[in-house]
Design a protein. Structure first.
Length: 266
């Protein structure tokens, strides 16, 4: 999955879903799903924030209407592809929101945007430890189906009815396993801290992310850093959607009048 130029509007629509029309000039919020997740996970975010925010939800290859496409083989490949998909002519402020695996994809995309002179206005990193932290227990992708299902139940982010439906499991497990392999084998390349602001969000009872691990996102940027802790587990943002959406909206409201040149200025 190599970076390209000259993406068509149809190709962009494959990658980025815009569920609600925005107000012209509205800041963009690129939403990056968790392992096994899809663009539709962010439909409620789009409904809540539109039209003041241009919510663009990423659809990874290998799931739903893109299930015939091969899975990405690395976080870096996803970031490269997304850099190519984003229209370099669009000068409206761009914020990145990634949950779990999406936070790591967002980090790598932010690095590429900064290197290309198109820095994001902010990276919201949700439900994930900082990229520099590696755990020895990253072997979920090697488990059998029962072990993978057990992990999904622990994180409580999948409709339990789906986990009891053999036909649905046949459809969703391959994408989940591929995503776990992708994120568990990811290793942050040395160098290049971000300069954009980073807002880390986490649940106070997340079985996969400690508060210290979430706080470590502050070392990934030379810009401003903020840690927002919510009650709940790995998918705290579902029951806490009103509060999370309000926090995002308030942050983006401050960015709305700024151009990319102003965001990049020291």
């Amino acid at each position: 999955m190599a970076i390209r130029s000259g993406w068509s509007s149809d190709e962009r629509k494959l990658w980025m879903r815009n569920f609600h029309p925005p107000t012209p000039g509205a800041p963009r919020l690129l939403c990056l799903p968790h392992a096994g997740g899809s663009a539709s996970f962010f439909f409620p975010v789009s409904a809540a924030l539109s039209p003041d925010v241009n919510v663009l939800a990423v659809q990874y290859p290998g799931r739903q209407d893109r299930r015939a496409e091969p899975y990405a083989d690395s976080v870096e490949a996803l970031a490269d592809a997304l850099l190519g998909v984003l229209d370099p002519r669009d000068d409206t402020p761009l914020a990145l929101f990634g949950h779990s695996m999406g936070a790591v994809v967002g980090f790598e995309l932010a690095r590429r945007l900064e290197a290309a002179g198109r820095p994001p206005a902010v990276l919201f990193a949700s439900g994930r430890r900082a990229p520099s932290l590696v755990r020895a227990d990253g072997t979920v992708h090697r488990r059998d189906d029962a072990g993978l299902i057990e992990e999904m139940r622990k994180l409580d982010g999948t409709d339990l009815a789906l986990l009891d439906d053999p036909e649905m499991l046949r459809l969703i497990l391959p994408a989940i396993r591929a995503d776990y392999r992708l994120v568990e084998t990811y290793r942050r390349a040395p160098g290049q801290r971000l300069s954009c602001p980073v807002v880390a969000m986490t649940g106070d009872a997340d079985p996969r992310v400690t508060l210290d691990e979430a706080r470590s996102w502050g070392a990934e940027t030379s810009g401003a850093f903020e840690l927002l802790v919510h009650p709940g587990g790995h998918f705290y943002l579902v029951p806490r959607h009103r509060t999370v959406n309000a926090q995002i909206q308030e942050y983006l409201r401050r960015l709305a009048p700024r151009t990319r040149a102003e965001v990049a200025a020291p």
